[in-house]
Design a binder for this molecule. Structure first.
Ligand code: ADP
Length: 735
């Protein structure tokens, strides 16, 4: 059963569901009785549209077509497929296709318009466009949550549009951590507030590679509310790479320029035909001209060259063409008056033709280098002259690398030419006389252990013809932060002449001593006979005079004996009778022998005996002589009723040596005397009665004896404590 009411209602429902725009045109061309689709479609409120002339809504360019449509209708003819653009609210127009038919009643016509944008065509066009620009788009309706991805977007994500719908979660998945948080936050802000974004972020492409993606987000707001968000995606990996390359290039160029400036080096290029030159700013700086007023040409540059050098440079340029690359050093006279030395490299430019039309190369300011070279040459010359004058052999040892240098003169000291002996890492060991090597090495070790910066040591070389060359070695030691020696440099002098003069002196003293001895013996005998009263009783004053004479004869004899003893030691005339044995009994014996002398001075001798396994190889009588000298000196200077100690301890500068010390509590050796007390004839204050009676030769003899045993002597003294010591090598330790 059909009823008119229900029939009318049905029609209304159909009309409401229809996506088309329908209404009635008034005879004055106004729009009336419009369906609600109009508002939805164009965005205008219904009041704005109702009763408005159609022409008002039509795009200016389509107004003639609209006029035509109205005219046809007024003539009673229907109109089909008239395409017009209608104004939207806000901005823009939409294409509609109109169908109209004259109204049989009071209205002019029925009008139905429909959207002509063909969605399929639209999509195809968009895909084409996307492929061209490779930009994907997406759109999200926050109301429905519907997310539409374009074909390109799907391609970027590696998803199949027929299987997968776009979604925010899927969208975020391909961003690596870090980038993901950034895009998620930006997207959230876009959705909530409409704040747009434009980000370039790393993106994991479906093939697993990391790409750079630029993504834009925009929102459409209506009354402050986000009604739609949409955006684009673009793979910008190549652009980013290109951008980075460009940035890198710029940076490299800046670095190069800076490096050139620092090296005071620039490049140049010259045209052989026109004479034009070109170069970077650094060259202007180098030659001291202002780029604003100086035009670089062969002629203008030639004028800056030193007149004496111009031909040289011209010649080098000509030779470049025939012989290839040239280097030329010359002077540039800068306008500010400075003369700079430059080094120019000249080459034929690549692709310069044949014959070449272009040259290029570098130019560098080498003034400082030149000055340094000149100074170095002058220094070397000076050093060579000075060394030639000293007649010393010089050497340099690098203890870290093992490298060494020995001058020609050094080899000549022992009769060799450099390179004549097989290369030894330490030729000095080979060329030290065997009698002196143990002592020299011990001395050398002691010097390094003491941390001394310089040293002067006696030594002796072994000449190629076998004779002994007395030498003095002077050196300078460098240490590292830990105190290890790293480099030693020095000079070795031949002291044969000085030694010969010394020997002549010794011989003279020895001869004089011998000559004095015989008459002295007869004087002594005569005085003794007198004192004994053999020739008659002496008066009191005569007896006193004879006593003075006897005392001085005795002293003179002591002095002569000491001098002759020393002479025997120095000239090596008396061989040593060395025996290896424990040190302790030798010390005990010496103490016993000197006990009476000590008692005479009111002091006790105390010995701190070393263990029996301390063995030495010594001439017993000679060692007893050294100890007697040390002990008698100590007894003489020690205060009444005090102890004089004999102590033994390991040598502080080497484990394979032993040190014997004689310690007293006397007034000490004056500081200025300490370095010399082992020298001949050195004695303390003559006003001091304790200094009297001695000869000043005791310690000199002691030193000679100790050194002949491969040992050393020394003193450490302050008021109240004096320690006179000697070192000896332990038996079996380098003896
Ligand atoms: P002398 O025959 O004069 O003792 P030495 O060579 O034995 O000659 O000693 C040289 C000088 O060294 C002495 O004159 C003395 O001034 C000083 N001397 C040596 N031993 C000591 C000591 N234990 N205390 C103070 N001075 C000393």
């Amino acid at each position: 059963m059909t009823e008119p009411v229900s029939e009318a209602t049905d029609r209304e429902v159909f009309l409401r569901l229809s996506a088309q725009l329908w209404g009635l045109l008034g005879s004055d061309g106004t729009l009336n009785e419009l369906g609600q689709t109009w508002s939805q479609y164009l965005g205008w409120p219904a009041e704005h549209l109702e009763g408005r002339p159609l022409v008002d809504l039509v795009h200016v360019e389509d107004r003639p077509a609209a006029q035509r449509l109205l005219y046809s209708l007024s003539e009673g003819a229907p109109v089909h497929d008239a395409d017009l653009r209608l104004a939207q609210q806000g901005d823009g127009h939409r294409w509609v296709r109109c169908q109209a038919e004259p109204h049989p009643g009071a209205w002019l016509a029925y009008l139905v318009a429909s959207d002509v944008a063909d969605p399929r065509r639209d999509r195809a066009a968009r895909v084409l466009l996307e492929e061209q620009v490779r930009v994907g788009t997406w759109e999200l309706d926050p109301g429905t949550g519907r997310n539409v991805w374009s074909a390109m977007t799907h391609e970027l994500y590696g998803t199949d549009p027929s299987l997968v719908e776009g979604s925010v979660g899927l969208g975020l998945e391909r961003y690596p951590p870090g980038a993901r948080e950034t895009i998620a936050a930006a997207f959230e802000r876009l959705r909530a507030t409409g704040e747009p974004y434009d980000l370039t972020l790393p993106f994991l492409a479906p093939d697993g590679t990391e790409r750079q993606i630029r993504t834009l987000g925009r929102a459409v707001l209506r009354d402050g509310v986000v009604v739609r968000v949409h955006g684009t995606l673009e793979d910008v990996t190549e652009q980013v790479a290109r951008h980075r390359q460009r940035a890198e290039l710029t940076r490299t160029r800046a670095l190069l320029e800076e490096a050139q400036r620092l090296a005071r080096l620039g490049h140049w290029e010259g045209d052989l035909v026109t004479g034009e030159l070109s170069w970077p700013p650094v060259v202007y700086e180098l030659i001291g001209v202002d780029p604003a007023s100086f035009t670089p040409t062969r002629e203008s540059f030639r004028r800056l060259m030193h007149p004496d050098d111009r031909e040289l440079v011209g010649e080098a340029a000509r030779r470049t063409v025939t012989e290839g690359q040239q280097t030329v050093d010359y002077r540039v006279c800068r306008p500010d008056g400075q003369v700079r030395h430059v080094r120019q490299l000249i080459r034929v430019a690549p692709d310069a033709g044949d014959p070449p039309t272009r040259l290029f190369g570098t130019i560098q300011d080498v003034t400082e280098l030149r000055h340094a070279e000149q100074a170095l040459r002058a220094n070397q010359e000076l050093l060579e002259r000075v060394l030639a004058a000293t007649n010393d052999g010089w050497w340099d040892l690098d203890l870290v690398t093992g490298g060494s240098f020995y001058s020609e003169r050094w080899w000549a000291l022992c009769g060799y030419a450099p390179g004549e002996l097989p290369a030894e890492p330490e030729p000095w060991r080979q060329l030290t006389h065997p009698d002196d090597s143990a002592r020299f090495e011990a001395d050398f070790e002691a010097v390094m252990a003491s941390g001394a910066r310089t040293f002067v040591l006696p030594s002796a070389g072994l000449h190629r013809d076998g004779h002994r060359v007395p030498m003095v070695v002077r050196g300078l030691i460098d240490y590292d932060d830990q105190g290890n020696p790293v480099r030693i440099s020095g000079a070795t002098s031949d002291v044969t002449e000085a030694r010969q003069a010394e020997l002549a002196k010794e011989e003279f003293i020895s001869n004089v001593s011998h000559e004095l001895r015989t008459p002295l013996t007869s004087i002594g005998g005569a005085l003794e006979t007198l004192a004994a009263g053999v020739v008659g009783e002496l008066s009191e004053p005569a007896a006193t005079l004879v006593e003075v004479g006897q005392r001085n004869t005795h002293r003179l004899r002591l002095l002569i004996d000491d001098l002759l003893d020393l002479e025997r030691l120095l000239t090596d005339r008396q061989p040593f009778d060395r025996v290896t044995g424990p040190l302790a009994p030798l010390l005990a014996e010496a103490v016993a022998d000197n006990e009476p002398y000590a008692t005479l001075h009111g002091v006790r001798l105390v010995v701190d005996a070393p263990p029996d396994e301390v063995l030495v190889t010594v001439d017993h009588a000679r060692l007893a002589q050294v100890l007697a000298n040390y002990l008698s000196n100590a007894a003489k200077f020690a205060p009444l009723d005090s102890d004089v100690e004999v102590r033994v301890r390991p040598n502080p500068n080497g484990a394979r040596r032993i040190r014997v010390e004689v310690v007293d509590r006397g007034p000490g050796v004056p500081a200025e005397l300490q370095p010399r007390i082992f020298d001949r004839f050195v004695q303390g204050d003559p006003a001091d009665p304790r200094s009297r009676g001695g000869t000043g030769l005791g310690l000199a003899i002691s030193r000679e004896i100790v050194e002949r045993h491969g040992g050393r002597t020394g003193v450490e003294s302050r008021p109240g404590r004096t320690c006179v010591w000697f070192d000896l090598p332990l038996a079996g330790a380098g003896d």
